[in-house]
Design a protein around this ligand. Structure first.
Ligand SMILES: *Cc1c(COP(=O)(O)O)cnc(C)c1O
Length: 356
């Protein structure tokens, strides 16, 4: 599996040859007072002063702020309409349908498979081990000449645990394709982010999002961190104005609230530990996977009946009990103290246990 990493040989031919759409605003750079190049409504916007103009296609202001928070230079950042856009663009840039394939390591985030299917790209599944770690030998055996990407989620959804850093590095070093490390839940983990290692691994793409710890799921802002050449590929094929002005404005304001976000992270981690302990005390709870995320995967008796019981009490959790390697498990997002108390009380009632 080891040759050497070459981005150009990974790219699809049509993308290599692509002449990207050149928007009015990206052709002209500088100060101007009369903008008659983009067929906008020069009279104004019915909403906000600047909303009759197309937004900055490369989101310079948002990236400058993210650089301060994440310590990653702006030229190593791509912003997408959710991480899901970055995932889709990766398939479109690097995988020729009917020819290339990717490796997925389930149980993991469902969007990689859906995105592969939408793009008609084959995938090979290499299950995690029973303790939810990478099966390095099986991954090595699954890689072939047409394998372009491996998707690794850490902390992993739906299991909640972090994957061993050493194992991820082994894949990065030994695989010539792209390794996508999805860190949607990194804020809840003590593990260092792989964004610190971009210089060391030219084939690394790190995904993060504002949808989870940042509390901005409705805005749809995902981040991809990678080498400048990979970021250039994203920028070449993305829809020109993929991040709208409203999102850019709100994100700029929201990013000033790092302290608030950190307070929430601490509170959620504390809630996670206390909910886990109380659930663990029940004899009907067989196992809780140690979590580095804002959810826990709980193996317990009668998962489906409990799920339905919770639904009937207006509490919705994620039923993963039929997912391979998650048999018998429900995934519970950590809520507020009140919400966690409510779910706990309902679980006690279901099993006929006295709440003490
Ligand atoms: C929730 C989640 C995301 C977030 O996707 P967005 O499109 O940014 O909302 C990405 N990856 C994983 C593993 C997730 O669980």
């Amino acid at each position: 599996m080891k040759g050497s990493f070459n981005l150009n040989t990974l790219l699809r031919d049509n993308i290599k040859k692509l002449v990207p759409y050149s928007s009015a605003r990206s052709e002209f750079k500088g100060e101007a007072s009369v903008l008659l190049d983009a067929n906008e409504n020069a009279f104004g916007s019915p909403y906000r002063e600047n909303y009759h103009r197309y937004p900055d296609p490369l989101q310079h202001q948002v990236k400058a702020k993210l650089t301060k928070i994440k310590g990653v230079p702006a030229e190593n950042i791509f912003l997408g309409n959710g991480s899901d856009e970055a995932i889709d663009l990766l398939f479109r840039a690097f995988c020729t349908p009917g020819k290339d394939n990717v490796i997925l390591v389930p149980p993991t985030y469902g969007m990689y498979e859906v995105s592969a299917n939408i793009n008609d790209v084959a995938f090979k599944k290499v299950n995690l081990t029973v303790d939810y770690q990478l099966d390095l030998d099986a991954i090595a055996a699954a890689i072939d000449a047409h394998t372009k990407m491996i998707f690794i989620c850490s902390p992993n959804n739906p299991t909640g645990n972090s994957l061993n850093r050493q194992d991820i590095e082994t894949v990065l070093v030994n695989f010539d394709g792209l390794v996508i490390v999805d860190e949607a839940y990194i804020n809840y983990s003590k593990q260092p982010s792989f964004t610190k290692d971009l210089a060391e691994f030219p084939n690394l793409v790190v995904l993060q999002t504002l949808s989870k710890a940042w509390g901005l799921a409705a805005l749809r802002l995902g981040m991809a961190f990678a080498s400048t050449s990979i970021i250039e590929v994203f920028n070449k094929i993305k829809p020109p104005y993929n991040i709208n002005q409203a999102t850019q404005d709100i994100v700029l304001e929201a990013l000033d609230n790092v302290e608030q976000v950190n307070t929430w992270i601490k509170a959620i981690v504390e809630e996670r530990e206390s909910l886990s302990q109380r659930l663990q005390a029940l004899e009907q709870v067989e196992h809780i996977t140690p979590s580095d995320a804002n959810f826990i995967l709980v193996k317990l008796e009668e998962p489906k009946a409990l799920y339905n019981f919770l639904v009937s009490h207006g509490i919705i959790v994620r039923d993963r009990s039929k997912v391979e390697l998650c048999e018998g498990c429900l995934r519970l997002t950590i809520g507020t103290a009140e919400e966690n108390a409510a779910v706990l009380a309902a679980v006690y009632t279901f099993y006929g246990v006295e709440l003490n």
